[in-house]
Ligand binder design. Structure first.
Ligand code: FAD
Length: 403
């Protein structure tokens, strides 16, 4: 029986974790079948979540089967329901509902995050989202369906709840997206609601003037310092009593680590992420690593912590896979570190804004930043080619994507 590195999730962290683990086995001369790398996820596709606010979200996924086959990673289609850290097993269920138990020698939890939906009346029934591919596809179908409805102000209005990173990217796209569906002369409205007194509260003051310029250019209205208190079939109600008539409400506010984190003993942060050490191990839980959006991980020695972002998930994945493999082989581990932090925020037809550092100093804006965003979203975050040498080069945990 081969020893097994089991990776839960085939997102940015899980995919890179598997490729990096394969690289580590190869480097150690141990790609001999004595250790197998297994990835379990509902589909053999990398879902490109950062692009789900764009047109045609159903196409935003990249196949993984050839990639995994090129480096000997075994893929199991299914979802993990239970983790038993004492027995070192997981219970999985496949698409047909058949359950099975799988053991592991090292476990890498990379099951990502989900949009947080608070108990606001009507949210579950009436709000759309761009969090998962099927949800974004449902929004797309709804938007196209609006064209067949009577032309009312409510039909022509989209409200985005949450003025953070995802909410801003989503609302900035909406006027042009609506006009492309309803007609270029349609009187469309796009409104963003943010309960903090300023747009992009977590982005800080640096990029805010650029964001405001772009939203003004797109004609996006802001409702700041008010919360959504109810959503209904015809719109939503704000905490100041205003009711906005809108046939499309998109909820974007907040993310939480995927629920399997609750089955692993350990400290969790306010997003449900497991605290990990610098090697990305869950302290006190033998053989378990956490990575990507499920991990609360220090990026440096001065107190910065990885964001729930693709940028961090890719590097966290490479480190976790490498360390899980080396740990199993008894080789030295490589502490995770990601000193440089950047953000590139899409601002619709106006352009984008690119910032550097945790203070988010603006270094590019407008079209030049938009060109960079396009490159990030169409090249950098996609899997490498299904070629063993190219994969191992890209999967090096020491690789700096943004230097
Ligand atoms: C609209 C939007 C825009 C974004 N924009 C940006 C951006 O511009 N820049 C940026 O850096 N980040 C952005 N992000 C965040 C980024 O997408 C996430 O941080 C990233 O996807 C996290 O990667 P991950 O691998 O940890 O998780 P995910 O990508 O969520 O992958 C999780 C994987 O785990 C699988 N899984 C879940 N549960 C189970 C289970 N029980 N069993 C087995 N498998 C399971 C899933 O199917 C998936 O394969 C955006 C996100 C959204 C939604």
């Amino acid at each position: 029986m081969p020893q097994r590195i089991l990776i839960i999730g085939a997102g940015f962290a899980g995919m890179w974790g598997a490729l990096s683990a394969a690289r580590a086995l190869d480097l150690a001369g141990r790609a001999d079948g004595a250790v197998e790398i297994v990835v379990i996820a509902p589909e053999p596709f990398l879902h490109i979540r950062p692009r789900l606010y764009e047109n045609d979200p159903a196409s935003m996924k990249a196949p993984l089967s050839a990639l995994f086959a090129a480096v000997g990673v075994r893929f199991i289609q299914g979802a993990v329901e239970q983790i038993d850290v004492d027995a070192k097993t997981v219970l999985t269920r496949d698409g047909a509902g058949v359950g099975s138990t799988l053991g592991y020698d090292r476990l890498v939890l990379a099951s990502g995050s989900r949009l947080f939906r608070p108990a606001i009346p009507g949210l579950a029934e009436f709000a759309f989202s761009v969090d998962q591919t099927d949800e974004a596809a449902a929004l797309e179908a709804h938007l196209h369906g609006l064209a067949a409805r009577p032309a009312t102000p409510a039909r022509n209005t989209v409200v985005v709840a949450g003025g953070g990173f995802t909410g801003i990217e989503t609302v900035a796209e909406m006027p042009a997206r609506l006009r492309s569906i309803l007609g270029t002369d349609s009187a469309v409205r796009a409104i963003v609601v943010e309960q903090a007194p300023a747009i992009g509260p977590d982005l800080g003051p640096g990029p805010r003037p650029v964001i405001d310029t772009a939203l003004d250019a797109a004609g996006v209205e802001r409702r700041l310092g008010v919360a959504v208190v109810a959503i209904d079939r015809n719109g939503l109600t704000l905490s100041d009593g205003e009711h906005i008539a809108a046939e499309t409400v998109i909820w974007t506010a907040g993310a939480r680590a995927q629920a399997l984190t609750a089955q692993i003993p350990g400290e969790r942060d306010r997003f449900g992420r497991l605290h990990v050490d610098r090697d990305l191990r869950v302290p006190g839980v033998a053989g378990v690593f956490a990575t990507g959006d499920v991990a609360h991980a220090a990026t440096d020695d001065i107190g910065n912590v990885a964001a729930m972002s693709c940028q961090h998930a890719m590097a966290l994945g490479r480190s976790a896979g490498h360390n899980a493999a080396n740990d199993l082989l008894g080789l030295p581990l490589r502490p995770y570190e990601q000193i440089k932090y950047v953000t590139c925020l899409d601002l619709g037809p106006w352009g984008a804004v690119y910032t550097e550092g945790w203070e988010r100093a603006v270094t590019l804006e407008g079209k030049v930043a938009k060109d960079l965003k396009h490159q990030i979203n169409s090249e950098w975050i996609y899997p490498p080619p299904a070629d063993r040498a190219a994969i191992f080069q890209a999967a090096d945990p020491a690789r700096l994507v943004v230097a």
